[in-house]
Design a binder for this molecule. Sequence first.
Ligand SMILES: [Zn+2]
Length: 373
Amino acid sequence: MEIISIPAQAALKYGQLWDGLSAKIKNSGTLFINNGVIALENSSLPVSQPVWDFSQATILPALIDTHIHLAFPEKEIFSFSARAQSYLTAGVGIARDGGTCLGGITTAVPLLLLQSHYALYKKGTYGSALGRAVSSLSEALQAVDKLAAAGAAQIKVVASGIFSFSSYGKTGAATFTAAELKAIVERAQSHGLPVMAHASGDEAVRRCLEAGVTSIEHGYFMSHATLRELAASDAYWVPTLSPVNAQLAEPALFAALTPNMRHVILRSLLRHQALIAEGAALGATIAAGTDAGAPGVLHGASLIEEILLLHNAGLTKLKALQAATSLAAQACGLTAAGSIAPGKKPYLLAVKGNPLQDLNVLRQPLALFIPAA
Ligand SMILES: [Zn+2]
């Protein structure tokens, strides 16, 4: 696995190319990079430009994980750079951080990290590990202004608690009111920032949709009626199957659960998978986010597992791939990446084989291309 820094002028020969959007794969050609962005298809460049020969490989957009926590787990000795590096080696060029109580993070690695800095949660409710408490709407709005000034890429709000692993269907209550959420969304929009909303339980998801958040994160236990609302809205849905699946798939985590918890978690996961299939059929826009840093969810490598989980839940391979490329970029409000088209930055991935036929080819990427700074 090579990490390649692409200069402003370059050419890349490919055997096949998937653009992040289309149901079709293109055969053998050359992709030109000009002035740091992907050039028109019929361009040509002076022969002196560096040329990478990936004529035996498939080129696709670099993968995007729309929901991670680089600061988790906290209880081990780690370096942010080493964690960021594990994304690159897994073929993930861009990751959106859902917040930490530490605030902003710097790494020495060219992973494009879209930071929330710290999430906003309502004082006295869930969220202390993810961010900072606000005790009034005016405090929340001030925090949005501060985060925007500090360079946050989006605002993360915690609109509910988490769902119970021991009592089926029970979720932490909705926290912010719809009116509060709407004011937060409007303030974020005034700074040009999207809002990612942690919401599980029907009431919290409903309030977030009413407020016009950019993305619903998790969305466990929303009702079918709310799912229809989501599908009809502009909101993206990041269902984060990985942290729940990990409880059952990771032997050490599974061993620590009581038989009742195993049953509750499995039932919750099955309900969520069915909801994803239903959402996809209704036209909901689903993006891939792993919640990496949660117990058993590895930084970097877990994105391919999330893609496979989305596919197993009922998304076509094309939709599952779009969920981690073009749709992921849209969910993050990122116009410069996520697909291969003129004007996009060259965040690219080379794999052996056709991912539209076999998602598992993503497991062993050949190279990740990152635009040189
Ligand atoms: Zn999270």
